[in-house]
Write a protein that binds this ligand. Structure first.
Ligand code: C2E
Ligand code: MG
Ligand code: MG
Ligand code: MG
Length: 286
């Protein structure tokens, strides 16, 4: 804080800070109307079976087409959406859009496709999700709940929030799947893993980045994979960029992979082309 001794005792804001505050306020205003103005879009990143190279899942990732700044990454606006509560409305849009898209692809014949989406801890805690409404949406779309995966961060489990747990239990009982995202980056949540029924563990990309050279990262990845399998979970490695990383992970028994080696997150139409091309020939060359 720019609190100076003496006469300027009330000058907390430097001009730069004031500029920042103004920018933040206008972004909040823009974010508030982005849903109605259809400025959001979901991109889809393939998740492949590491053994076969086949795309069998995708993760829906939010994009904001900001009128001035262009395509804006969620890292830049999710925190703001969370601190203003707007994340609740955005989260509903993400869920229904993902569900409708999956319904479309399944109707095209990609019946085995699974789609995951990210949920903010806030949505789960603040009565932000009506799980019965979600399951009903899926039923109306003819999408088996077991083909939707909710990705949550392990911090949520650590908080061990009762409301969040109820919502997740309800979704799990309705057959929806649960993935722990960015595993290994929060506080240690091993104690919570043991009594929490989750389907997938996603190893954070910071553990993948320096494979296979980093002996520590290699050991940690192997240990996480072993642990997850013992707990009846399957493992998805995030951020695979090189063939060497992919080779190491495959040999370590990792189930699925996601990363730029395969594809970046793509607009729906482009992801769909990949899926359709794959129905004709599998991309085993990767
Ligand atoms: P995440 O859920 O862990 O998603 C993975 C991020 O890694 C994505 O960034 C993806 O584009 C990026 N990525 C994938 N493969 C690679 C790779 O090989 N190398 C590198 N360097 N990066 C890769 P993105 O799309 O910018 O999303 C960032 C984060 O924003 C997500 O991390 C997630 O926590 C959050 N997010 C995205 N969409 C939503 C949403 O709909 N709702 C909420 N609440 N959060 C979202
Ligand atoms: Mg995720
Ligand atoms: Mg992640
Ligand atoms: Mg992340």
């Amino acid at each position: 804080m720019a609190k100076r001794a003496g006469q300027n005792r009330y000058q907390y804001f430097t001009p730069a800070m004031q500029q920042q505050a103004v920018a933040r306020m206008s972004m909040v205003r823009e974010l508030r109307y982005a849903t109605e103005r259809q400025q959001f879009e979901l991109y889809y990143q393939p998740i492949v079976d590491l053994q076969t190279g086949k795309i069998i899942k995708a993760e829906a990732l939010l994009r904001w087409h900001h009128p001035q700044n262009g395509l804006t990454s969620p890292a830049e606006f999710i925190p703001l959406a969370e601190s203003t509560g707007l994340i609740l409305r955005i989260g509903e849009w993400v869920f229904s859009t993902a569900a409708r898209q999956l319904s479309h692809w399944q109707q095209q014949g990609h019946t085995e496709l699974e789609l995951s989406f990210n949920a903010s801890p806030l949505q789960l805690k603040a009565n932000g999700i009506l799980p019965e409404d979600w399951l009903q949406q899926l039923e109306q779309l003819n999408v088996p709940a077991a083909s939707m995966v909710i990705e949550i961060t392990e911090n949520l489990l650590i908080d061990n929030n009762r409301k969040a747990r109820e919502v997740l239990d309800y979704l799990r009982q309705g057959s929806m799947k649960v993935a722990i995202d960015d595993f290994g980056t929060g506080y240690s949540s091993l104690a919570y893993l043991k009594d929490f029924d989750t389907n997938y563990l996603k190893i954070d990309q910071t553990f993948i980045r320096n494979l296979p050279d980093s002996k520590n990262d290699a050991a940690l990845c192997e240990a996480m994979i072993l642990m997850a399998h013992k707990l009846n979970m399957q493992v998805i490695a995030e951020g695979i960029e090189t063939k060497e990383q992919k080779l190491f992970l495959t040999q370590a028994g990792c189930d699925f992979g996601q990363g730029w080696l395969y594809a970046k997150a793509l607009p729906a139409a482009e992801f769909e082309s990949l899926l359709n091309a794959q129905s004709r020939h599998t991309i085993t060359s990767l």
